[in-house]
Design a protein. Structure first.
Length: 252
């Protein structure tokens, strides 16, 4: 199936590793020019270089998505170079675990600045150019933790930030639809990435797998495949949706 994405410009936050990198690679394979924004400059450069080595076009920049001024600066650089933004994927994220009562007050600020404020800042940076184009795709990475108030690994604070992403997705879909812009969210269960492996002990892994009807963890490619579809014209009438990619965990 030709998704007609050749020549489109996609900004992917958190594109230096994990889910973000998988999405960046998948969009590049469909012919998109990729702009990778990641806090880790080396990871961003490496991911962009790997895409270019495959014969596709990519650039990178380092910024903390929780820093509004830094986000504005990087988007200005990307737009000056690529001239447009057709797709924004908000994949940058932080995991928080542990009981809320045991965590310092600063933990909420740490997680919410990236997981929620970062989505706001990046959307605000992309919206003006998308409005001018009268077209665009914004894809936010939420989590099934939004529906469960956290989960086996992510805690209540993490779940609250992802619930905020869900509400933001629905509200932006309503605001931006008249401008030809769709806004959707993907809600994975626990994905097999370096971020989750840091807290996913063997005992926790067994408990998680026992609750997933399909019997395995989400992979970055599971999420990337859906992101590519949502970025395409094949999904032109889908907006405000929150789509679980969870192997059926929400049914248990």
């Amino acid at each position: 199936m030709d998704l007609n994405l050749k020549g489109r410009v996609a900004v992917v936050t958190g594109g230096g590793a994990g889910i973000g990198e998988a999405i960046a690679r998948a969009l590049a394979a469909e012919g998109c020019t990729i702009c990778i924004l990641d806090k880790n400059a080396d990871a961003a450069r490496h991911a962009a270089s790997a895409i270019e080595t495959s014969g596709k076009s990519a650039m990178s920049a380092a910024a903390d998505v929780g820093d509004a001024a830094a986000v504005t600066r990087v988007f200005e650089q990307f737009i000056a170079s690529a001239k447009r933004v057709d797709i924004l994927v908000n994949a940058a994220g932080l995991l928080s675990s542990g009981l809320t009562a045991d965590l310092p007050a600063t933990e909420w600020q740490r997680v919410s600045e990236v997981n929620l404020a970062g989505v706001v800042y990046c959307a605000k940076a992309a919206i003006p150019v998308m409005n001018k184009q009268r077209s665009g795709r914004i894809i936010n990475i939420a989590s099934v933790a939004a529906m469960r108030g956290g989960g086996t690994v992510g805690n209540a604070l993490y779940g609250a930030t992802k619930a905020g992403v869900v509400a933001l997705t629905m509200g932006l879909a309503r605001e931006l639809g008249p401008h030809g812009i769709t806004v959707n969210a993907i809600a994975p269960a626990i994905a097999d990435t370096a971020m989750t492996r840091a807290v996913l002990t063997e005992d926790i892994r067994k408990k998680v797998l026992a609750r997933i009807p399909l019997g395995r963890l989400t992979t970055p490619s599971d999420i990337a495949d859906l992101a590519v579809f949502l970025a395409s014209d094949r999904a032109s009438f889908i907006s405000g949706a929150v789509i679980p990619v969870d192997g059926g965990i929400l049914t248990t």
